[in-house]
Design a protein around this ligand. Sequence first.
Ligand code: SF4
Length: 360
Amino acid sequence: MKIITDSNLEAIAEKLQAGLTVTDDDALAMLSTSDIMGLSFIAHNVKQKLHGNTVFYGVNMNINYTNVCILRCPLCAFSCNKNDEKAYCLSLEEIVTKVKDAGDIDEVHIVGGLHPDLPLAYYEQMLHAIKQVRPDIHIVAFTAVEYDYMSKKFNIPLDELFQRFKESGLGSIPGGGAEIFSPAIREIIAPKKISGKRWLDVMAIAHRNGIKSNATMLFNHLEKSVDIVDHMRQIRALQNETSGFKTFVPLVFHEEYTGVRAKWKEPTGFDLIRIYATARIYLHNIPHIKALWMYVGEKMAQMLLQCGVDDIGATYYDEKVVHSAGAKTSAWGSEPFLQHLIRDAGFTPLRVNASYMPTR
Ligand code: SF4
């Protein structure tokens, strides 16, 4: 039986077999194909060549240290102003207590708003304090947006900031803040946020300081397929220079409670498969493609394991950002729950930290 029926996909499969890189036009063809079985088949083969039958997951906790943010991006349902009733900022003691209480975790994932009053010492001491109570823990902390803010506010070059934070315990950097690089769309969904170009610059500096990162892409708002390809092209190009991205993480936009009224429907299962499978095939130089079960739902995340995805995300104890925007999934999935999703899809689960080092 012939699995690939779309002639564009047949040509892409032949290119991959010949060791060639797919083009932007190929990516556009993949994003519009209705041959979902054929696309998934190609992406799955790429994933199997890279990782065999292994699917990765993490056991971690989230710390969203403050929801106060001076940018107030329309896309964000999490942030608020300093004097709002729901404004909070965790003390270092509270952060340490959360880490101690989290029990058997390998990693802590820290992101927050751009708070106008926090000193540099708050960020550095946060990393120090976590490492003091849990020296073994891998800290993934602060987005490129937060680093840009700190660098400007405290007048410290990014190179120096990264070195200082590394000494304080920083392990790697999350991929948030990339959104979609298109300046016209950014102007609507996050007008005050750093540009896509600056986001890439910050990542390049982190990579040259020996710090690996993820790269995200927010979709299902105002973007067209060309914007998705443009976004991935810029990430692929930087990766060719630095090899600093570990993982590409497409994120479905949840618009509830945000200031963006973009799409009137949830993405379909086919929409999601097109995005994740295309990412796997197009981003040949990025080792991992992650589908956060919390964003796409656990059932869809499991399906995507057959479509090029090799990482299902993590337990995310205490996640607040995506749930502020109306995500209906549980805010915490247990380790047996993630293992079950992976095994039930026919793969072998491997517990790793953010550097993909096995932790058991
Ligand atoms: S998305 Fe980030 S930078 Fe924008 S308002 Fe929310 S917390 Fe602030």
